[in-house]
Design a protein around this ligand. Structure first.
Ligand code: 26Q
Length: 809
């Protein structure tokens, strides 16, 4: 195929012709959507030759591969990402210029692929980009949800969820591969036969569901000659091509089948729909394992060396059924005995833990698991039985210890225990998180399997989170330190030599202003709130969770408002500050939704008070998502990372902000610890209880928040304002928030950290007034952020866990 991107004229011609061919209309009459779709089609076609070559190179070179199993891939838009990685953006831009088409406008037409809840899903997307950009053979395996993470509307200050119809107008990046569909069995019974004196089990499923793969190309950065295009394979559920089950009507069967890949499940509190979530998990795991096994057998004709050529990566416990599923294939379908099968399985699987919150640890009731997946349950029981024998040897006189560490206990299957026992590698996502896993949460497992545990501090792709989203900063860096940092972010360190260069400082100042203006323009257009780019942009964007403490931020704003109204001296010394929030609350998470309403009520009050609104503004942006984040990250002066210490496994927004020159105001939690280690107290605003202190309080039953209510007048006043009609006429609106931090013991230490937070905020505000100093700090943050590229993270995964070799074709 000819390359239509060789120069702008060839491309222009091809583009116009193709629009007319696809839609049968004159180019001049085509809609922006038709133009976008045609551009996407041409880019995808251009990708396909490298895609084919990548797959050939893997097979011919007999390369080891990783399959990254994740229930979530929060990809965002791909057009810009793809054309930048392919190095064809300027050609397209020039052609579009000639045609009088604004490429930026075309890019906005693409739906934001929101197949994830937050950090874990976005991490998977960054990893896909880095794996391909490092020329490593690695593929994603996930679910093709018909509706992604809900779209958020704010109505009267409350969150309203609207279905995200991202596929409605077609998705240009996917390729349906019906010929690679597989049939996934559910329910039914197990038949036992004696063959040569041995029990042989056969699962007789009551129904099958067809899994149809849709492949999305993952284009690596072509700089330095890399041509790697990996595959993100997303499975969609359809009715089987075998016989329909006879225990339910065809209509009910079809409805049930479509349901499996209908919705992404929100994290936390929702308890309904459990069976469906387990179905989803087995569905995409079983389909993905078949994909890996089939590919392997095509090359090697045996599974003896499966573990030498494949890693099945388990992204949190959601895909942990990989372990019994691979065992089932090896034993039931391939005739391996238990020990051989276990050796292969256990040497193929690697597991990443993303949370230590007890409520987020997955457990499946046996009475739900067993009927749905009878053979998988049997195998899980046998894995558990053998493992418990081992435990009994280690802890001969401690049956309660054995029960506590078992995979099945209290009539539940503990997915984390299954993942730990079945994997050769177990990692946390930041040093502190890994330390807490090995010393507290999983310490018994760590003592049993010390060599399996390791840390891989998270990272973010600088291609999306710098080169793409912040062209102004990219330009400054290119001019000042060259472009080597595009492929090695540690090169950013060179920028530190410029911190005293007045001109560069000035450029950084202009860059920040431009990015703040761009954000404030969107906010004004969509929400009618006008933010002054000269004010401090103080931003907290992340999922809404009690442990992330958006409430602490909100209470501090209430305190500031009170003080600004009354304290003349304070007022005179205060630099104007704009507080920006973005967050989605899980639909069933009552407390989180109340906090959204609270922030909006504060915004309403504060923004409309002419005594203060030149100094203080608050805005809650509607529908925070990946695309919005691309506008927000570069616009921040202050990055709010204020979780209760020990609760945030890593955080990745903290890294995106740092790379774009924001200062962290945060607790010693997650990767904040590593940011602080790099920039020190002088270039960050760290405050609050440490993880050890928090854990000590928990050990001793918490603390008494009423003491603070009575001793700290600021806290007293703000809390009273939640329930005395100050914010809304309804004094009950925020009663439960009041109760959470008082009567219910303030589980997340909001009051306990309040004073320290206020002081950190004061330091930040005063420091900002010295612009020279602030810019220097900002530049230091940029220069020292090289560690947080996901290229570094993936290189470590590859060197220490996966052991992959880069492709060279
Ligand atoms: C579990 C059971 C039932 C339904 C849903 C879930 C579920 C879904 C999603 C549980 C957890 C999640 C997502 C977790 C997550 O995003 N964790 C974040 O992972 C990031 C990447 O490692 C870290 O940076 C964050 O600190 C961590 O909170």
């Amino acid at each position: 195929m000819t390359n239509v991107f060789v120069d702008k004229n060839v491309f222009k011609e091809a583009f116009q012709t193709r629009v007319e061919q696809i839609y049968g209309i004159k180019f001049e009459e085509s809609t922006p959507h038709q133009r976008y779709f045609t551009l996407g089609t041409l880019v995808r076609e251009y990708i396909s030759s490298n895609w084919i070559e990548t797959n050939q190179a893997i097979v011919e070179g007999k390369h080891k591969q990783v399959y990254y199993f994740s229930m979530e891939f929060l990809m965002g838009r791909l057009l810009t990402n793809n054309i930048m990685n392919l190095g064809i953006r300027s050609t397209i831009e020039a052609a579009m210029n000639d045609l009088n088409i604004d490429l930026n406008e075309l890019e906005k037409i693409e739906a934001d692929a929101g197949l994830g809840n937050g950090g874990l899903g976005r991490l998977a997307a960054c990893f896909m980009d880095s794996i391909a950009s490092l020329a490593l053979p690695g593929h994603g395996n996930g679910m093709r949800y018909r509706y992604g993470f809900f779209e958020q509307k704010i109505i009267d200050g409350y969150q309203v969820e609207v279905p995200d119809k991202w596929l409605q107008r077609g998705y240009v990046w996917e390729v349906r591969k019906s010929n690679e569909s597989v049939e996934i069995p559910f329910y039914g019974e197990i038949k036992v036969d004696k063959v040569d004196g041995r029990d042989v089990y056969t699962h007789l499923p009551a129904e099958y569901v067809r899994a149809v793969p849709y492949d999305v190309p993952v284009v690596g950065d072509i700089t330095s000659g890399n041509k790697t295009v990996n595959t993100l394979r997303l499975w969609s559920s359809e009715p089987t091509e075998k016989d329909y089950p006879d225990h339910i009507s065809a209509v009910d069967y079809e409805k049930g089948v479509r349901n499996i890949s209908e919705f992404l499940y929100p994290d936390d509190s929702t308890r309904e729909g459990k069976v469906l979530r387990l179905k989803q998990q087995y569905f995409f795991v079983a389909a993905g394992v078949r994909w890996a096994v089939r590919q392997h057998k095509e090359t090697y004709q045996t599974l003896d060396n499966f573990h030498e050529k494949n890693v099945l990566h388990i992204n949190d416990t959601h895909p942990a059924l990989i372990v019994p599923e691979l065992m089932r294939i090896l034993i039931d379908e391939e005739g391996y005995d238990w020990d051989q099968a276990w050796f292969i399985t256990q040497h193929s699987c690697a597991y990443t833990n993303h949370t230590i919150l007890a409520e987020a640890l997955e457990k499946w009731p046996v009475d739900l698991f067993k009927p749905l997946l009878p053979r998988i349950y049997m195998i899980t029981e046998e894995i558990n039985r053998r493992y418990c024998l081992d435990l009994l040897n280690r802890y001969p006189n401690q049956p309660e210890k054995v029960a506590q560490l078992a995979i099945i206990g209290h009539d539940q299957v503990r997915m984390a225990h299954l993942a730990i026992v079945g994997s050769f590698s177990i990692n946390g996502v930041a040093q502190l998180h890994t330390d807490i896993l090995t010393h507290i949460e999983m310490k018994d497992f760590y003592h049993m399997y010390p060599d399996r545990f390791n840390n891989k501090t998270n990272g973010i792709t600088h291609r999306r989170w710098l080169l793409h989203c912040n062209p102004e900063l990219t330009k400054i860096l290119d001019e000042q330190i060259g472009t080597q940092y595009h492929t090695n972010t540690f090169e950013l360190a060179k920028f530190e030599e410029k911190i005293n260069d007045k001109n560069v400082k000035d450029e950084i100042k202009k860059m920040k202003y431009a990015r703040k203006k761009a954000l404030s323009d969107r906010i004004y257009k969509e929400q009618g709130v006008l933010l002054d780019p000269n004010s401090i942009f103080d931003i907290q964007v992340k999922r809404l969770h009690a442990y992330k403490r958006q409430l602490l931020n909100a209470m501090h704003i209430m305190y500031l408002y009170n003080r600004l109204k009354e304290d003349e001296v304070f007022r005179a010394n205060f630099h104007p500050q704009s507080f920006i929030f973005g967050a989605k609350a899980a639909s069933g998470y009552y407390f989180a939704k109340k906090v959204i309403k609270l922030i909006n009520s504060i915004a309403e009050k504060v923004n409309n008070d002419s005594d203060t609104n030149q100094l203080l503004k608050v805005v809650f942006v509607e529908n925070y998502n990946v695309t919005y984040a691309e506008l927000i990250m570069p616009a921040a002066d202050l990055s709010e990372q204020i979780s209760t210490a020990s609760k945030e496994a890593s955080g990745t927004g903290n890294m995106k902000f740092m790379l774009n020159g924001a200062m962290t105001i945060g607790t010693m939690d997650g990767a904040n610890v590593e940011i602080h280690e790099l920039v020190g107290d002088d270039n960050s605003f760290i405050f609050g209880l440490s993880a050890d202190e928090v854990n000590d309080y928990y050990q001793n039953g918490g603390y008494n928040p009423w003491d603070l209510y009575h001793s700290d007048a600021r806290i007293h006043r703000v809390l009273d304002q939640l329930v005395n009609g100050f914010l809304t006429p309804d004094t009950e609106e925020f009663r439960d928030i009041f109760n959470a931090v008082t009567h219910h013991g303030d589980e997340y230490f909001v009051l306990k950290d309040f004073d320290a937070y206020v002081r950190a905020q004061e330091r930040a505000n005063q420091t900002y007034k010295n612009q020279d100093k602030w810019l220097e700090m900002s530049m230091i943050n940029i220069a020292r952020s090289g560690k947080f590229s996901s290229d570094r993270t993936i290189q470590e995964y590859s060197d220490q866990i996966w052991h992959l070799d880069p492709l060279t074709f």
